[in-house]
Ligand binder design. Sequence first.
Ligand code: SAM
Ligand code: SF4
Length: 332
Amino acid sequence: MILRAPLIDTHGRTVRDLRLSITDRCNLRCVYCMPAEGMPWLPKQDLLTFEELARFARVCLECGVHSVRLTGGEPTVRADLHVLVRMLHELAPGLDLSLTTNGLKLVEMSPALKAAGLTRVNVSVDTLSRERFHQLARRDRLAEVLAGLEAARAAGFSPIKVNAVLMRGVNDDEVVALAGWARDEGYELRFIEWMPLDFQHSWERSRLVPAAEILEQLEHAFLLEPEDGDDPSAPARTFRYRDGRGRVGVIASVTRPFCGTCDRIRLTADGQVRTCLFANREYDFRRVLREGGTDDEIEALLRAAVLRKLPGHLISQPGFVQPARGMSAIGG
Ligand code: SAM
Ligand code: SF4
């Protein structure tokens, strides 16, 4: 692999982490993410091919990126996902290569993903109640998600992280139950504040559960201590259970943004770079990739994008405008 200069923005942050949204489609319809019906999916031909994704990732790796996360939409609905995983793994065998998934397809896919070089999985579980899952994800499929988690463990993924988004009046009474369950199962749970990134623009500040409230509930139920040496660019604030049985984290994207240490860029499912989930500006790499652009041209556009990365998101500022595209197209 050739070496290129690191991607450093004008606020002194270096890009190290790449999020690749590989499809905007999904087999669930979580209420905080998508409407029940009527999602205008991207045309299939606009999705980058595995070769295009791997080429883009290679240039990023040459510029010092050292972790790649596959996300979406639901990345496991893309056929032959293990082939993409292998292509990325072969770019740099020591690469930290992870997957964020709703877990539905992990029973059938875990062994092939592990064999292809995937290093970590994050699985989303917002509730432990079958009825509530049905209501939240609009599909009655909790049992498959839990079986998927088991399959990921059996395939040897470790640690396994679980993401939970809480909504006021929906699942905010499950903080302690989710934490206790994850701890017993050996999964590392991270609560995520609901962000204004749902496709249908139904987000309301009053319906997000702030990290401070989640922590208060956790501290009431468990003895916790803040993790020393947290990676400053990691979005989660993590805590150890004092009895040594695991960790729990809180991602306070809204109430306690971590933009100052952000080291991420994102490629949308249709090949546009966004330097922030909340950026409205996109850089068209699909065009460069499909119109014969050289690696140096890809690098030049990357540098132009990174140089314009804003210091932070403006969710809590007056006049904040939610990005037109939702999390499922941008890549969570
Ligand atoms: N489909 C996969 C999944 O659900 O894990 C990957 C994509 S999903 C967009 C990535 C993560 O973002 C999930 O943990 C999901 O719960 C979370 N998420 C989705 N919409 C969100 C929102 N508006 N605010 C905060 N988190 C959100
Ligand atoms: Fe699908 Fe993930 Fe969005 Fe739920 S959060 S609808 S699983 S993309």
